[in-house]
Design a protein around this ligand. Sequence first.
Ligand SMILES: O=c1ccn([C@@H]2O[C@H](COP(=O)(O)O)[C@@H](O)[C@H]2O)c(=O)[nH]1
Length: 280
Amino acid sequence: MNKQQLFKNIKKKQSFLCVGLDTDIKKIPQHLLSEEDPIFAFNKAIIDATADYCVAYKPNLAFYESLGVKGMLSFEKTVAYLRENYPDQFIIADAKRGDIGNTSEMYARSFFDHIKVDAVTVAPYMGEDSVKPFLIYPEAWVILLALTSNKGSHDFQLTEDAAGERLFEKVLKKSQDWATDEQMMYVVGATQGKMFLDIRKHAPNHFLLVPGVGAQGGSLAEVAQYGMNDQCGLLVNSSRAIIYADKTENFANVAREAALAVQREMAGYLHDKGIIPCKA
Ligand SMILES: O=c1ccn([C@@H]2O[C@H](COP(=O)(O)O)[C@@H](O)[C@H]2O)c(=O)[nH]1
C-alpha cells in the first residue's frame, strides 16, 4: 500500500489507529484454549471486531516466536486472514530486524516475499547496508526506530555529540539518503510528548508509527498536537489497552468499544487539523 492509499483510508475511516496484535497465550480468554489454534482464533475475533475503526494492524513477532513453529503458523494465518478479508488494512510486522547485508536480505525475503506484510520495523544501528536490503521491494515499507517509547530511549537515542546533535536526529537525517517518505517511516513513542516537534523539524512529511498510548500512558492528544502533519502522518498503535480490554467471552465486543473510543478521539483531531470535514 502506498502513502496516498494509506492517507485515503485514514480519511475514509476517520482514524489513524493501528491495533497491536501482541497476542499472549497466557492473557487470552480461557474458552479459546480449546480451539485448534487459540492465538489465531483470538486474532480473528479481534480483527473482525475492530477493523471498522482502524487502518492498520501490528503483530509483534516476539509474541509468535515465543511459541515456536506453532506461533509462526498463527502469525502467518493472521496475515493471510487480513490480506484476504481486509485488503485495505496496512500490516506491520513489528520485528525490529537489521543485520549485515546478506542476513538482512533474508529477513526482507521472509517478510515481503514469503509472508507479504506491508512494512517491517528495522533497527538503524548497523547502518545503511543493514537497511538497504529491505528497500529493494518498491511497494514495501521500512519503519526505522528513531525515538522509542521506553525509558531506555535516554540511554543512546537522546545522547548528544560534541555539536549538540542527538543520536535520533542523526538517524532521521542520515536515513533520508536511503529512502524517501514514500518508503520509510519512523517509530516515535507516544510517551515522548513535545519531542514530536523536534522529530517534525527533520521529518516533516514522513509517517510516524507511534506506540505507547494506552498501557504505557502516552497522550494521544499530545501526539496529535505536536506530531500530526497535513496528511495526518501518524499511525498510532495501541495493543494491550484494546485487545485485553476484557477477558470474558465478550472480549471482542469490549475490544470493539475500546477501538471505537480511540477512533472517535482521533476523528476529533483530524477535524481540528482540517483533514476531514467538520460534521454538519
Ligand atoms: O518504541 C517502541 C517500539 C515498539 N513498541 C511496541 O509497540 C507495542 C506497544 O504495546 P502496548 O500494549 O500498546 O503498550 C508493543 O508491541 C511494543 O513492543 C513500543 O511499545 N515502543
